[in-house]
Design a protein around this ligand. Structure first.
Ligand code: ADP
Ligand code: MG
Length: 249
């Protein structure tokens, strides 16, 4: 496989904070069209990896490629325009707007940098139709007139996912999408992720191992900033180092 087959690739990526190495020489390949999970104990460097890939942080050394193109020197907004969008742990929701309005804002944000303003898709009725389609994708179609602030926690996270979808990401980075959710919501979000992952690439940090086993094509295990193991769930869960380091055996 060549670099162009990978939606995301990092080469020898390292990030140090005042001499502390949070990400240590990580070479990660995320194949296009797959769901790839990044797992590891707290402090392993998972969120730092996301911050580096989306350029919210500057790498100390190493290279980041998106669809085979070097994006190491690009800015977060440029990377988002190339279709790599991060959801969760970033609040993209306006509490005092309704769900429909929130999605409309996200749709308009996507169109902002082009001449879409003059095109039919910027008309209010068209925007509303598109927004409703997205709310339906995450199962929030019955709440379009509810204010975001009135949503219970689990549904607020679904709204965040919906605002991400409105940006039409080709590559979605989901940082702990199920964090803090009850069992029923976890299953719902897993189903939604599986559905919206079709035709896209998903890189996901998730602690719930049964969800990871269920959803992921490939898993990379990080420990102390470095790759400990990589492969299918069966492969990494058989790995002795993973069992002792991560699963406490
Ligand atoms: P994870 O998401 O896997 O739990 P993080 O990527 O958040 O881990 O953090 C990895 C390590 O880097 C931790 O030890 C954390 O304390 C440290 N770290 C993360 N961000 C910073 C920062 N901005 N400044 C200093 N240390 C940081
Ligand atoms: Mg984290």
């Amino acid at each position: 496989m060549s670099s162009a087959d990978y939606a995301i690739e990092t080469r020898n990526l390292t990030k140090t904070f005042k001499g502390f190495t949070a990400v240590d020489d990580v070479s990660l390949k995320v194949e296009r069209g797959t769901i790839h999970a990044l797992i590891g104990p707290n402090g392993a460097g998972k969120s730092t990896m996301f911050n580096l890939i989306t350029k919210f942080l500057e790498p100390t050394t190493g290279t980041i490629l998106l669809n085979g193109k070097d994006i190491t020197s690009q800015k977060p907004a440029q990377i988002a325009r190339k279709g790599a969008v991060r959801s969760f742990q970033i609040s993209s929701v306006f509490p005092h707007l309704t769900l429909l309005e929130n999605i409309r804002v996200a749709l308009q944000r996507r169109m902002h940098n082009s001449y879409h303003f003059w095109k039919p898709e910027s008309r209010l009725d068209v925007l509303n139709d598109d927004a409703r389609t997205i709310l339906t994708q995450v199962g929030l179609e019955d709440s379009e007139s509810v204010l975001a602030t009135e949503l219970p926690y689990g549904r607020k996270r679904l709204l965040e996912l919906a605002t991400t979808l409105a940006l039409e990401p080709k590559v979605m980075l989901l940082d702990e999408p199920m964090a803090g959710m009850g069992t029923g919501d976890v299953q719902r979000v897993a189903d939604i992720i599986r559905r919206v992952a079709k035709g896209r690439t998903v890189l996901m940090v998730e602690h719930n191992l049964s969800v990871v086993a269920d959803l992921s094509d490939t898993i990379t295990v990080l420990q102390l900033g470095a790759v400990l193991a990589e492969g299918s769930y069966d492969e990494v869960s058989q790995n002795r180092e993973v069992r002792s380091a991560y699963m406490g055996e």
